[in-house]
Design a protein around this ligand. Structure first.
Ligand SMILES: [Mg+2]
Length: 217
């Protein structure tokens, strides 16, 4: 069956932001006396809400607490790093241009705030490939992020297609769970995430590069 809509996650899929976010987070937590490597940060926090950082630290360090304003400060540091370093994922611009040329509809659906999404698209130059009506954030569905299926279902509805006609590209276990819960086909993107974790979340097909997306359509 030919899929009608390709839905991309943003962080870690279209833009190479996860590497930067986790390096900054691991460094900040280590500075605060909670030593953490980038790999551990990816393991605990990839594709989860910021509040989970408090829970994991409390759990891992037996009741450890983070300073007031921690999340805002962490985001401030990440924003600064993005301004300097953030790039589109290799092959992202080419893939979106090709989908556009072939008349294949596509969109972006991210649990992040719209301001965050906008920042990443401006900085990486992907804005030119995504019109506002092709961008969905959790704010469009009352703040309910992945792993709930709401955001993906909302995107499908906006494009007037059934969930079974969608192909989702996701790099986080929670994103894969959201796609499965929505009844959509999903490609697990293993750029940073261990393949096992995506498989455990329900991804039956994995890709290591965005250039493989068209092969799976
Ligand atoms: Mg992601």
């Amino acid at each position: 069956m030919s899929r009608k809509l390709v839905i991309f996650d943003n962080d870690g899929v279209l833009v190479d932001s996860e590497r930067i976010s986790h390096r900054v987070l691991a460094g900040y937590l280590t500075e605060l006396g909670y030593p953490m490597t980038v790999e551990e940060s990816v393991h605990h926090f990839l594709g989860t809400a910021a509040r989970n950082v408090h829970e994991v630290i409390a759990d891992k360090y037996g009741g450890g607490t983070l300073p007031d304003g921690f999340v805002a400060l962490w985001h401030e540091r990440v924003f600064e790093a993005f301004q300097r370093e953030l790039e589109a994922t290799e092959g992202a611009a080419k893939l979106l241009a090709e989908l556009n040329d072939r008349g294949i509809p596509y969109c972006l659906a991210s649990s992040s705030d719209r301001s965050w999404i906008d920042l990443t698209l401006e900085r990486t130059g992907l804005r030119g490939h995504l019109r506002p009506e092709q961008v969905f954030s959790a704010q469009d569905v009352g703040g309910v992020g992945k792993p709930a299926p709401d955001l993906f279902l909302h995107a499908a509805k906006a494009f007037g297609v059934q969930p079974s006609e969608c192909l989702v590209v996701e790099d986080s276990p929670n994103g894969v769970r959201a796609a499965c819960a929505a009844g959509m086909d999903v490609l697990g993107f293993t750029a940073l995430t261990p393949a096992d974790r995506l498989r455990d979340a329900g991804a039956t097909r994995l890709i290591g590069s965005l250039s493989e997306v068209l092969d799976h359509r």
